[in-house]
Design a protein around this ligand. Structure first.
Ligand SMILES: [Zn+2]
Length: 289
């Protein structure tokens, strides 16, 4: 009987532990650590304890900030899983692994030259706390993730700007006529998002940051949890203008900001010649979209 009781206590404590973590833990990792709001998983030969320490500090900081941005009611009640999968770029094959959040809300990170594992963490955690919501529009989710990550951590380096300013890089695409129109990015999100990643990630980051600065973070958050998310009406209701008008006003604002930059041409060529941007293909109007 005692054995049975011990077994039952063990059984229910295992159930309770699982109930506190969102999604299934992955078996391919040999190490695991419980944090306040996260469970971290990695392989000991591939990732150091120091990297996990550093990631855990940033992850908790992001969590606190997102709680203030979205409100406690929209934060997950269970711990979120973050995995660390080693090198993002295989130097032999040239194959790149993209940090992502899966449908169970698990964040998968890979190590890159600039910023190690940490650069995409604020962006990915915006996805992670929103996975499972009924209304979901790829363009909006990528935009809000980049916009809020920039709003909270403007100094972060790595993809897609590699340490250069948002005004400079977004402004360059606009000024060179290689800015993919906002409507095209929205309608063809699945096809263009990764294929044209050097353009899509920067342009959306600047557009959503513009929405936050011009219309307030609250209006963006209200749309993010609105029934109208995913419809054109959502933009009109929460920002008072259609997506086309918002995009026009944003372009005018960005053009002004870009004009003010000294030596923009030299900085842009530095970006394309001396950062990982040189390895990423650029989409062309007419051929790709
Ligand atoms: Zn994303």
């Amino acid at each position: 009987m005692m054995r049975l009781i011990i077994y039952l206590v063990w059984f229910f404590s295992v159930l309770a532990m699982n109930a506190q973590t969102k999604g299934d833990l992955l078996g391919r990792f040999d190490s695991q650590r419980q944090g306040t709001h996260f469970v971290y998983q990695w392989n000991s030969g591939e990732t150091t304890e120091a990297e996990i320490d550093e990631a855990a500090i940033l992850a908790e900081d992001v969590y606190q900030k997102l709680t203030r941005v979205f409100g406690k009611q929209y934060m997950p009640s269970a711990k979120l899983i973050i995995t660390f999968g080693g090198e993002g770029l295989n130097r032999k094959t040239g194959k790149k692994r993209t940090p992502n959040v899966d449908f169970q809300g698990r964040t998968h990170l890979y190590r890159f030259d600039m910023g190690g594992y940490l650069t995409p963490l604020p962006h990915e955690l915006v996805h992670a706390v929103r996975v499972g919501r009924v209304n979901w529009q790829g363009f909006f989710e990528e935009g809000i993730a980049s916009g809020i990550a920039y709003h909270l951590y403007p100094e972060r380096k790595g993809f897609p700007r590699f340490g250069f300013s948002l005004d400079l890089i977004a402004g360059y695409w606009l000024n060179s006529g290689k800015a993919i129109p906002m409507r095209t990015m929205l309608n063809q999100h699945r096809r263009l998002n990764l294929k044209c990643q050097l353009q899509t990630y920067v342009l959306r980051e600047d557009f959503f940051n513009y929405l936050i600065n011009q219309h307030g973070l609250n209006n963006l958050v209200n749309l993010a949890y609105s029934e109208l998310l995913g419809s054109d009406e959502g933009y009109t209701k929460h920002f008072g203008k259609s997506l086309e008008t918002l995009a026009e006003k944003w372009e005018a604002d960005l053009a002004k900001r870009f004009k003010k930059i000294d030596q923009a041409d030299a900085l842009v060529s530095d970006y394309f010649q001396n950062t990982s941007a040189k390895y990423i293909p650029v989409c062309e109007a007419g051929a790709d979209y």
